[in-house]
Ligand binder design. Structure first.
Ligand code: GLV
Length: 331
């Protein structure tokens, strides 16, 4: 009689969609943290004893000391495309596979970037408030004027999957697209998206909308700061749906208050979930609580992919989307 392989044990650090939990439970013994706050570190360590798999969120910090305290851990599966909450180099040194959830959220995140961009330029949140406060008592020619989007220049910082999906949508608005990325796109992509590579200064000086899509790396930390903000047009808007610390929030608050730029749309914050107190009082910034990938379908796909990644590693297969595939070939 063929022996059945033992079911792997995994910890899921926060509640996932029902479908993803069913998938996990069909192939693993699941310890689910069902609380609505991240597990405190000591509890995370305790619950990872004897469990080689972790499915976690960006609110879980997986650093070297945690990895050192969890010798049974073999895979950390993040339910996100970004993985700056995980010390990947430390995981690689310890032979722990790290996975993320790219692709499945690209289009949804690009949609939301445009939601923020349009809402910011056309002052949608202020307009909504205006109506609710009973101020819409007559049509007026000069009320709630915003910036045009069509025909303007869009500057995309970080021209990966999401940056490109954002640029593709700009074709419909007949915009000129500039992009800046450490590795320039091939000619065919530039032609298809009608996008041109630019150095950072040129992009900032010439764009009417600057949208940030870089990962958070030492090189991108505070990429947008007091100096780079002053390079932008006074009529320009900054949109950030990538990672908060790419923008120096205090400098942005000053720029918005003093009119160095016209406005900003933010989905992410430097010290998330804290928001710089000055931003909260400014009318020319639209604030969202890190929801760019938050559509029903996409969040289910992200969670399913994360579970699949985790189970694949523990079942001895190559996970669909590893971050440090070199660990797999070392085994
Ligand atoms: C969300 O921020 C993600 O990285 O997927």
């Amino acid at each position: 009689m063929a022996e059945t392989a033992p079911r792997p044990a995994i910890l899921i650090s926060r509640v996932l969609p029902e479908e993803s939990l069913r998938l996990a439970r069909s192939r693993a013994d699941v310890d689910l943290h069902s609380g609505d706050r991240p597990l405190p570190r000591e509890e995370l360590v305790a619950r990872l004893r004897g469990r080689p798999g972790l499915v976690c969120l960006i609110t879980d910090t997986i650093d070297e000391p945690l990895l050192a305290a969890c010798p049974d851990l073999r895979v950390v599966s993040n339910v996100a495309v970004g993985f700056n909450n995980i010390d990947v180099a430390a995981a690689t040194r310890r032979g722990v596979v790290v996975t993320n959830t790219p692709d499945v959220l690209t289009e949804t995140t690009a949609d939301f970037t445009w939601t923020l961009l349009m809402a910011t330029a056309r002052r949608l949140i202020e307009a909504d408030r205006y109506v609710r406060e009973g101020k819409f008592t007559q049509w007026e020619l000069m009320v709630l004027l915003g910036g045009d989007v069509h025909g303007k220049t869009l500057g995309v910082l970080g021209f990966g999957r999401i940056g490109r999906a954002v640029a593709r949508r700009a074709l419909g608005f007949n915009m000129r697209v500039l992009y800046h990325d450490a590795s320039p796109a091939v000619g065919a992509v530039e032609q298809e998206l009608r996008a041109s590579a630019a150095d950072l200064e040129t992009l900032l000086r010439e764009s009417d909308f600057v949208t940030v899509h870089t990962p958070l790396l030492p090189e991108t930390h505070h990429l947008i700061n007091a100096r780079t903000l002053t390079l932008m047009k006074k009529t320009a808007y900054l949109i950030n749906a990538s990672r908060g610390p790419v923008v120096e929030e205090a400098a942005l608050a000053q720029a918005l208050k003093e009119g160095w730029i016209a406005g900003a749309g933010l989905d992410v914050y430097e010290h998330e979930p804290k928001v710089h107190p000055e931003l909260l009082g400014l009318p020319n910034v639209v604030l969202a609580p890190h929801i760019a990938s938050a559509s029903h379908d996409t969040r289910i796909q992200m969670a399913n992919l994360a579970v699949e990644n985790c189970l694949a590693v523990l079942e001895g297969r190559t996970p669909p989307t590893p971050v440090n595939p070199e660990v797999l070939t070392r085994r």
